[in-house]
Design a binder for this molecule. Sequence first.
Ligand SMILES: O=P(O)(O)OC[C@@H](O)[C@@H](O)c1c[nH]c2ccccc12
Length: 264
Amino acid sequence: MDKLTEIMAWKRQEVAKRRRPVRDEELAHFNPSSSHPSRFEKALRRESGIALISEIKRKSPSAGAIAEGRDAPEQARLYYNAGTDAISVLTDEKYFGGSIRDLWNVNDLLGNRSDSPPTLRKDFFVDRIQILEAAEAGASCILIIVRALSNEEMSMLFEAANLAGLDSIFEVHEESEVERALNCGARIVGVNNRDLTRFVTDLAISESIIPQLPENCVAISESGIHSIADAERAFEAGADAILVGEALMKMEDPEPFIQAIHDF
Ligand SMILES: O=P(O)(O)OC[C@@H](O)[C@@H](O)c1c[nH]c2ccccc12
């Protein structure tokens, strides 16, 4: 069994324990204005240069230990002070060492001000309950991993996120997945440079897929960005934003990197 299949099987079991029918009103409660685009999409649409989503990630199946024991709000404070556009918080416990508590704590620190960076709940979504939890914890965006879900599941998750006023990043790795994402109504597409089944990372994936995305779609290049030169490559490929985890977690001070990206 490949790693993504293993993680999804585990996630379905884990979520099954707290699964319950989630009513539309429970989700809509978080979306009094039904405004679009939401905070997250807005943060990624910079007038010039490229936007940065900085990720809080303690470990991963591909990298092993990255920064175990790191305090999530402490890390968020570093990102915020350095001027990141958005923050991704990994909430999967078993494989990534995160938790939904991290997301609560990070959003408590950031407050819900219009000038603070919005947050993404980074997890393997399979059920509406996870979207309700994301909204409760203050997130502005969720993740829909196209290759791990059926079209019906993607639609179910997207509809629930829309009800709650949350944006959805549709994550793709192959061309055939782009069409499925767009057919579902994707406005934000994250191109994962890492193959989650084999853990091979290649920025050429962004270079081949991003130019194929429609103009009105927000394009994110995700994973394997370790240097300013890598970020420049994603920018040249047409990315509106990049998502960086490991490299930022390993920097003692991420500010010079974050500022250099904003100088593009
Ligand atoms: O640490 P990196 O190589 O900068 O990657 C960040 C992010 O793209 C990666 O964590 C990620 C992309 N898609 C995911 C889906 C689930 C878990 C994690 C991910």
